[in-house]
Design a protein around this ligand. Structure first.
Ligand SMILES: Cc1cc2nc3c(=O)[nH]c(=O)nc-3n(C[C@H](O)[C@H](O)[C@H](O)COP(=O)(O)O)c2cc1C
Length: 189
């Protein structure tokens, strides 16, 4: 697929067809991340593909986080529904890949490593799209907890989890929305 076509047609995917993405496809997609620009060639990105046991463990924790969102005074039944829905939602993501970046330097290095890893993430999303694979870049409490770092063997003192990529073959492709260029671009004298 032409790069501009991939840029324009890629969408964040929330609904996936059942079935994970084969390992060789995952490797092909993430290999594209390695070619992102990165200052001083720090290659600050780290990709952790969740195995079934880890996914299940984090799904249970995700379910608790969702349950805790219940309104004050909510019934046990209402909380139980939120918990179950949270578990099912996490488990419905066919393949989950955590992306972390090095954060082991001074403020400038850390900022640049974060930026480089985000460039890698967009390379990955575009490569995935060209392979017919959809992704949702997801952030939130589950990506920030110490428990998650431990489960993924990511050292929270030196690395930062930028997000999870929920990955799979798209079941539904949302409609795109963007402001026109002239609303965000100006030219000086
Ligand atoms: C840093 C970052 C964090 C994001 N976190 C979430 C998230 O937690 N949940 C979500 O649904 N989408 C998340 N997204 C995806 C955006 O919501 C999505 O890119 C945006 O809605 C535009 O849609 P598009 O990717 O289809 O163009 C995130 C994107 C970025 C870059």
């Amino acid at each position: 697929m032409d790069v501009l076509k991939a840029i324009h047609t890629r969408r964040t995917i929330f609904k996936f067809r059942p079935g994970g993405v084969p390992k060789e496809v995952i490797e092909k997609i993430f290999e594209a991340g390695l070619w992102a620009p990165n200052h001083h060639l720090t290659e600050p990105w780290r990709f952790v593909v969740l195995g079934e046991q880890t996914k299940e463990k984090l799904a249970r924790r995700y379910a608790e986080i969702q349950e805790a969102k219940a309104a004050e005074g909510a019934s046990d039944e209402a909380k139980g529904i939120l918990k179950e829905a949270g578990y099912a939602k996490f488990m419905s993501k066919p393949t989950i890949v955590a992306v972390a970046c090095l954060q082991d330097g001074d403020e400038v290095k850390n900022r640049e490593d974060y930026a480089a890893a985000c460039c890698a993430m967009q390379n990955v999303q575009l490569a995935a799209w060209a392979e017919g694979v959809g992704m949702q870049w997801s952030t939130g409490p589950i990506t920030l907890e110490k428990n998650t770092y431990d489960a993924l063997d990511i050292n929270a003192d030196k690395e930062y989890i930028i997000g999870f990529f929920y990955t799979g073959y798209p079941d539904e492709i949302p409609e795109p929305r963007r402001k026109p260029l002239d609303e965000v671009m100006s030219w000086t004298d």
